[in-house]
Every structure is written in C-alpha cells, then in structure tokens.
Write a protein that binds this ligand. Structure first.
Ligand code: FEO
Ligand code: CA
Ligand code: CA
Ligand code: CA
Length: 723
C-alpha cells in the first residue's frame, strides 16, 4: 500500500475527536434557575413529577399507569424473568452465547444476493459492478418485516420476511479489495472507489425459515432482494425538498439525491417501510482549501457547524480519482451558480431515508422534516389510531442533541402497506423538537419551527430563510433555543409497556468538569450511560421527566464510577445498540443492549445484554464522585440485567430485531478484526466468521478475511428468545 498523508490509510468510523458544537447554550443550572422562576406556569403533572424527583421520592406506581396520557401497546404483557444465565466476558475470536442458544450466519460482506455472481473468494477479486448485487460492508441497523403470501407487510408473520440491513461503511482491513485500500500519489483508484460506493448503503433480502427449524436463511434470487447504495437515485420529501441549498449539478431543481451514506442505525414505520439514517457522512465528503472566499457568511457558519471547514480532506478520497462523477464528493464552489457545480452536495446527506422493501422498484425518499445531522436512527413510539406518529432521533457526536418528530397527520391503520405515499403523509409535514434536560429531573421539548423561538432571518446565530433551512441546519436551530448537549446519543427505543423512551449515550471523552450537567454527570464519561424519559401529556407532549437507567462501568473499578453497581456478570461499557422487543406476549419491556466499545477491550470483546427495566423514578437522587447531582434508576440485579453474548475480536455488536413469535433473533457483527492485518499472509486480528461457520456453511466456512455479518440466534429447544 502506498499510503499518502493526504488520505489516511485506515479510516475508522468518523470519530476524530472533533467537537463542532461551540454554542454557548446555557448550562443546566442557569436553565434551571430560569425554569424554576416559571415553575408557577407549569401545570399539574409536570410540576408534581419534577418536585417528586427533586425530593428523590421517585414515581412509584406511575410506571405504567395512564395519567400521562400515553397509549402503550394495549396487548403487551410484561416480561417477568430472563431465561438464560449470564455468560462471562471473553476475548475469544468467535461469538460466545448463553447456554441453550445457537447461532448461524445469515449473510456476510460480499455474499451474492442473486444468481449469476460467484460466492466470496476471500481475495478481493469480486468486481466493483457486482457489489450492486452483493451484501455490503459494515452491517449495522436492521429491521425485520413479515411478508405475506401475497407480498404485503404482515406484522405477525415470523417464517417469511424481508430483512433490511444497513451497510454503514467500508471497514478496515478493507478485505473487499485485493490488498486493502490503496492510495497512490494521494489518489484512490477509481475501481476501489466504485466498489466502496456500491458496498455502502443498505440491503433488503427475503428470508425464510429453514425446514423444521426456527433458523432462517436468505432466499437467493428473490425479486425482493435489493441494494440501495451511495449512487442510488432518491427523492427529497418534506420542507427542504427543492430548496435552493440542495440545488446541484445532478439535480438542478434540488429534488433528487444520488446515494445515501454511512447509514448507521434505523427505524421503521407502522405502515411497513424501513427508515435508514445517514450518520458519519463526513467520511466521504471533502471541501477545497480556499472555498470560504466564495461562500456567504451564513454558508461558512453552517459548513463549520456541520464539521466541514474549507480545506478538510475527504477521508475516503472518493473525490480523488479523475472524472466528473467523483467531483461531487468535494463540496466546493467551482462554477458560476449552484446548478453547475457540487457546492451543495454536502447538504444532500445527513437525512433519514425511507425505503419501501415491499416494492423493489420504488424510489427511496429522504424525509427532510426529521432534520439533518449525524442521524443515528429514528425510533417510533407505538402507533395509536387517531394520534400523531412520533419518532425519536439522536445526533451522534460529542455534545450534540436528542430530537423528536411529531407528525401533523394522525395515524390511520388503513395506511398499512401504503409505502412511501403513506410516508409522505406522515413524515413530510410535522414538527421537529429538541430536548432540554433540566437538573430537577424534568425536561422540555423545544420546537424548531421557522418563525417561532427566534428561528427566522433575524436570528443572530444563523439567518434561517424558511423551514427547509431550519431542518437542514437544525443543529444551529437547536443551539439557539438552548438544547442540552449530550454524551453522544446513539440508539433509542420506546418501551411498549409504558411509552417510556430509552436512549444510549455511548461515551464522551470531552465531557469536562466545567460542562457537567445532571443528564451528563461524569467527567470524561469513558463507559457511557443510558438515559430514559417519560413523556407527560402523551407521547407528543412537550414536557417529560427523566432519569438515568444505567451507568456503564467496569466492575473492576477502573475508568468510570460504577454508580449502577454492575457486577462481573453484567458490566458493560459504551452502550450503543438498544431495542425493545416488540413481542407482546410475555416479553413486554424486554430490552436488548449492545456495545461498541474501546474502553473495556483489554478484558472483553463487545457484547449484547438483555434487561427487564423498571420505570422512570424507581431509583432516586445520587451524586457522582465529581459532585454532580443527578437522578438514577434502581440499581439492577443479576436477575434483571444479564450478558447474553460476546462477539469476536475488534468488532462492534449492533443491529437487533426479533421475529414476532420470538423464536429468531438477528444481530449484526460489524468490523471484526478492525485493524490493518497482513494481506500477504492473510493474517488479521480476527478471522471471523470463517473460523466459526461450520463446514456445512460453505459460503462462510474457512475464509481468513474478517467480514461484517448478520447472525441468526435460535434456541436449541426451539423455544422463545430471552424470556
Ligand atoms: Fe454508527 Fe453512532 O454509530
Ligand atoms: Ca460502527
Ligand atoms: Ca451506533
Ligand atoms: Ca458507536
């Protein structure tokens, strides 16, 4: 490899320690003083609940009742007991899973989805072109949709479905190329860039149960099998569609995008579409030095706030091959007007993309009303007829925010199977909010609507021209209204039992003593925490109460303080994936937690745990060793938080979904062996999945190169997973 310093030879998930949020938002204490002075204006339940938390009295008895107006899934019955024993931490290069369970590989990087392409050769010889029909790289967010005999979404079907999987990014050691990534004289070969463009995005595959088993396999050649990647044409919907700041050479009217990038986590809709979210799209975009001279002051403000200062190199070097088609990966002014160059290409990324898996020819749509940022995912509250659709999102970067979207349209179950037409109804018109967590355990959703809260052309931070501008630059809007800077929001989920919302805050090395607040109360936060809140006044309400469900920590006492009292059997670090089991019978409230960690990897590989949580307010007030007061849920026990599996070396465990009958669970292994390795001897830090797949699995057995993959979990006795 001819590494050149202009392009790093190894690019991990974009995580360069940069903080781009330099806003002077009020810290919690001053916010609290402000809000307390208005306490008299707070009505009934907010003031009572907040006062209750302030006194540490908790909210016993409020966990599942209806005084909040929440409408949890009526049929859900609670999970009572986990049906497995915790496994030990391990650094074995394989998936180690609880007794009584077994795994199989559903698909891995490079597997052909259709007939006619050869299976993985383990030497990088697959053509770039063929990656339009192969499973992509960097498996991440994922969702299962039951598929009926007549090709429609059936939420109750478990033996046949469509599995949507994100392919977040092309991962070191870049085993999809013959000898890893190459950079020659500062340039990437076009053939490698093309392969990477096609290996990003998402896959949709039909899966079905194997005969006489709960295990599932991909249906190769299914007409539903489809790749959406970084060159797929897609439409814009919502307030930014057709906006002047989306106009570019490939779409002079600003209504089309070409490709989606770095799709991390996900979401799903009750009408049966998949939501896939663009997170670290800064991986694939650069901006020329000197470009500021050709930009307005407002543009420069926006570009910096979103992490793209002039002169920033494209980390993947996608803008380096010769040829017009690569120029769009550098967002620079190079012609007289926006429709003649790619100055706005950067603005076409960072959105939530809706894909209809049931209509393979349908065009994906970027739903701009949900905002533009490092979108981790978009998690729905249970849909209730006659109520708005509500989605939660996190912006995964240090000191960024938590968002909520509330549709204008009210849910009508007749829209099930409505595809992206239903998406336009519910996802293009609505209100975007950002969270402010107060020290007293209450919180508020601040509305990001043009013309309200000072978000207009006279805003001193940034001149918002219209609602399209607000959603495109909602980080700046959130700065202005005083949102709370969080410790890297990752996955969220809504407890179907009681409507409470959980979100992982994975870690934040840059959280200092000066910037501590009650919701982010640990300096350096090496091991992360999981925050949760309970909406007041219904899921669409603007007030909530919160506490910290769990603080990640090492049981050995190194790094972060072990406030939740985790033991060797359930300690974890850097929570990332999070998923409330959607089964209703006896599994209500069953929570899956996954880690993407580098702080505990001297002891264990990344892992997945199961939890049966209580509710907001079941613990009380605590103070961290740094002296920061906060609110924490009841400490877990061995009974209600257990380690279910541990992944192979240098991987992240992510993406989790369970079939409606609870008999098959899918999860993803991302970037096993995330290191350079040695292609001359085919030696890498991990050889998974080739070292674990049995000989009967010829598509994966015996291969040396590590590959991201989807894994199916079943119980050996055919029973249900987890509970
Ligand atoms: Fe791609 Fe925030 O994880
Ligand atoms: Ca990742
Ligand atoms: Ca993640
Ligand atoms: Ca992560």
């Amino acid at each position: 490899m001819n590494a050149h310093d202009a392009i790093p030879s190894s690019v991990s998930e974009y995580d360069d320690d940069a903080i781009v949020n330099f806003s002077h938002n009020p810290h919690m204490d001053s916010v609290l003083a402000l809000r307390l002075s208005r306490r008299g204006a707070l009505k009934g339940s907010v003031a009572v609940a907040a006062a209750s938390l302030l006194g540490g009295a908790g909210l016993s008895g409020c966990g599942g009742d209806s005084d909040s107006g929440n409408n949890p899934t009526d049929a859900a019955t609670p999970a009572k007991e986990l049906n497995f024993q915790s496994i030990a931490k391990t650094q074995a290069d394989q998936i180690t899973i609880a007794e009584g369970y077994q795994i199989s590989i559903l698909h891995a990087l490079g597997d052909p989805m259709h007939w006619g392409d050869a299976s993985w050769q383990d030497d990088g010889s697959e053509t770039p072109e063929s990656y339009q029909r192969r499973i992509g790289c960097g498996h991440d967010g994922m969702y299962y949709f039951g598929l009926s005999d007549d090709g429609r979404f059936d939420a109750n079907r478990s033996d046949r479905g469509l599995l949507c999987v994100n392919h977040e990014y092309v991962v070191a050691p870049y085993g999809l190329h013959p000898t890893g990534r190459t950079v020659t004289d500062g340039k990437r070969p076009a053939s490698e860039v093309d392969k990477e463009i096609f290996a990003h995005g998402a896959s949709v595959v039909e899966i079905k149960r194997k005969r006489g088993s709960s295990d599932m396999e991909m249906v190769r050649g299914s007409p539903y099998n489809r790749r959406v990647h970084s060159a797929t044409e897609m439409a814009f919907g919502g307030p930014a569609a057709g906006h002047a700041k989306l106009v570019n050479k490939l779409s002079p009217d600003g209504t089309r995008a070409f490709g989606m990038n770095n799709n991390c986590a996900c979401g799903y809709t009750p009408w049966g579409t998949y939501l896939t979210c663009e997170e670290n799209y800064l991986n694939v975009i650069g901006r020329a030095a000197g470009d500021d001279a050709r930009r307005s002051a407002a543009e420069i403000t926006a570009l910096k706030r979103y992490g793209l200062p002039a002169g920033r190199k494209n980390p993947y070097g996608w803008d380096s091959p010769e040829g017009e088609q690569y120029q769009r990966w550098n967002s620079r002014v190079s012609a007289a007007s926006a429709e003649l160059d790619h100055r706005n290409s950067f603005n076409t990324f960072g959105w939530v993309v809706e894909i209809d898996p049931f209509r393979p020819d349908s065009m994906p749509v970027k739903r701009t009303a949900l905002g533009r940022f490092n979108h981790e995912g978009a998690w729905p509250a249970p849909a209730v007829a006659g109520q708005p659709i509500v989605l939660y999102s996190g912006d995964d970067a240090r000191g960024e925010y938590i968002f909520k979207y509330v549709s204008d349209a009210l849910w009508d179950p007749a829209d099930i199977n409505g595809g992206t037409a239903a998406g336009a109804k519910y996802l293009d018109k609505g209100r975007l909010f950002v969270a402010q967590f107060r020290a007293d355990g209450s919180g508020q959703w601040l509305e990001l609507t043009h013309g309200q809260n000072g978000l207009d052309a006279s805003c001193p931070l940034y001149p918002f021209a219209d609602q399209g501008d607000v959603v495109m630059h909602c980080r700046l809007a959130a700065d202005f209204v005083g949102a709370t800077k969080m410790d890297r929001p990752e996955w969220g989920g809504v407890n179907p039992l009681n409507g409470e919302v959980y979100m992982t805050l994975t870690n934040n090395s840059k959280r200092t003593a000066q910037t501590l607040d009650a919701a982010n109360p640990r300096v350096g936060n090496a091991n992360g925490h999981i925050i949760r809140w309970r909406e007041l006044g219904g899921q669409a309400g603007t007030q909530f109460v919160w506490d910290v469900f769990l603080f990640g920590a090492r049981a050995d006492g190194k790094q972060s303080e072990n406030l939740s009292g985790l033991s060797d059997a359930n300690d974890f670090s850097s929570p990332d994936g999070l998923y409330f089991d959607q089964r209703t019978q006896g599994a209500g409230g069953l929570l899956w937690i996954q880690t993407d960690d580098s702080a505990y990897t001297d002891v264990t590989n990344c892992m997945m745990l199961a939890a049966i949580p209580g509710h907001v307010g079941d613990g009380g007030a605590v103070r961290t060793q740094e002296g920061q007061a906060t609110h924490m849920g009841a400490q877990p026990s061995q009974a209600n938080v257990r380690r279910f599996l541990v992944g192979p070396v240098d991987c992240e465990i992510t993406g989790v979904v369970v079939t409606p009958d609870g008999k098959t669970l899918f999860f993803n292994v991302q970037h096993p062996g995330e290191d350079k390795g040695d292609f001359a001897t085919n030696t890498f830090t991990s050889h998974w999945p080739g070292n674990q797949a049995p000989a009967s699995d010829s598509a994966h057995h015996g291969h040396k190169r590590p590959r991201s993959a989807t894994v199916a979990v079943t119980r050996k006795d055919g029973g249900t997973i987890g509970v």
